[in-house]
Design a binder for this molecule. Structure first.
Ligand code: NDP
Length: 328
């Protein structure tokens, strides 16, 4: 049986240990498509899995990594044949199913989508789960009927992965983007992505009034907790916030005031179990709408053995934009 390089998380009574190992192909889990992985990426959830900071991993040993791009090596699924370029994100990859930080993966063909036309494998992983989630947020706001003429859009955690792509996508769609960040030194970076204004995240970090001054009509929130509560309290009448993250905490200390007095909507966004039609629409829109120069400006690249260190950095809130993991 052939072996390949993988990052493996094991658990013992002493705790979790993570390292690069040779992994036997025979030990891959069930699936009808085997892929030679060329690129993966680093998302906040990967950082939580690698550091063990939250119970993301549901079986051990686990190969972490929630998304990959690669080439089909073998397939008994009629939709895919050897040589096809594919992308996978979510569906429990790196959580319940052996994941992306490896030279090979075996998965259900139903989870795969073809590499979107107009994107290379490297670009698809520069987008990654984070960027695709940013697009799901924009789509949720649009489904709610919101358009740029209704007022500004706020993005929290703006220098992070979801945030950076959200800033670029909203600006490209014509929104006046207010980028909230704890890193004011990255103002030029955010303006380069299309932000019109920078807001110090400290302004949203302390408990505020149930209703504040109406400042934005829409928003993409990656932070949760008090930040999201404040964002809701300052949303204009009839506006909506797409909530996808918890980088600042899982709680939501809000009141019903924004909902019942200002008709504000809170739109939940999940990327992991999103149905295939929504995924295809999101990825195709990204391929069409996300400026490739902006994507390149927000992306850095690391090798597989750089993932452990990068995982610690992302949970510490020190990663800027998107990180591609080059594998094969
Ligand atoms: P990143 O770490 O790249 O970005 C998170 C950003 O949040 C940081 O860069 C920082 O932005 C800000 N931040 C971090 N800690 C705090 C804090 N304590 N208080 C306030 N702001 C903080 O992560 P990702 O972009 O990959 O993911 C962002 C969030 O979205 C995560 O919670 C992740 O789990 C979630 N997510 C959810 C998905 C879903 O399906 N719902 C899919 C993908 C991601 P700055 O420095 O600009 O202040």
């Amino acid at each position: 049986m052939s072996a390949f390089k993988a990052i493996v998380i094991d658990k013992s009574d002493a705790g979790q240990n993570v390292g690069i190992r040779e992994f036997d192909e025979a030990d891959l889990m069930g699936g009808d498509v085997t892929i030679r992985v060329s690129h993966s990426t680093l998302n906040y959830k990967d950082g939580l899995a690698l550091t063990g900071k939250a119970p993301v991993v549901r079986r051990f040993p686990m190969i972490p990594g929630v998304d990959f791009a690669g080439i089909v090596e073998a397939s008994s699924n009629p939709e895919f044949k050897p040589g096809d370029a594919v992308v996978l994100n979510g569906w429990g990859l790196g959580e319940t199913h052996l994941g992306a930080y490896a030279e090979k993966a075996r998965v259900k063909g139903d989870w795969l989508i073809p590499l979107p036309q107009g994107l290379t494998a490297q670009q698809a992983m520069a987008v990654g789960t984070a960027g695709y989630t940013a697009m799901l947020c924009l789509m949720a706001l649009e489904r709610h009927g919101l358009r740029p003429d209704r007022g500004p859009a706020i993005v929290t955690g703006a220098v992070g992965g979801v945030g950076s792509v959200a800033v670029a996508l909203l600006a490209q769609a014509g929104w006046h983007v207010i980028a909230s960040t704890g890193r004011p030194e990255e103002a030029d970076y955010l303006k380069g992505l299309g932000a019109a204004e920078i807001l110090d995240r400290a302004e949203l970090a302390s408990p505020g009034r149930p209703l504040g001054k109406e400042r934005w009509a829409a928003g993409v929130d990656t932070v949760g907790s008090t930040t999201l509560a404040n964002v809701l309290s300052m949303t204009k009448y009839g506006g909506a916030i797409a909530a996808c993250g918890l980088a600042g905490g899982m709680d939501l200390p809000t009141t019903v005031a924004p909902f019942i007095l200002r008709n504000v909507a809170l739109l939940g966004v999940d990327s992991v179990m999103a149905p295939k039609t929504l995924r295809l629409e999101a990825w195709n829109r990204i391929a069409r709408e996300l400026d490739h120069d902006k994507l390149a400006a927000m992306t850095s690249t690391i090798p597989l053995d750089g993932v452990l260190e990068a995982g610690r950095e992302i949970v510490a809130g020190r990663i800027k934009g998107r990180v591609v993991v080059e594998i094969g």
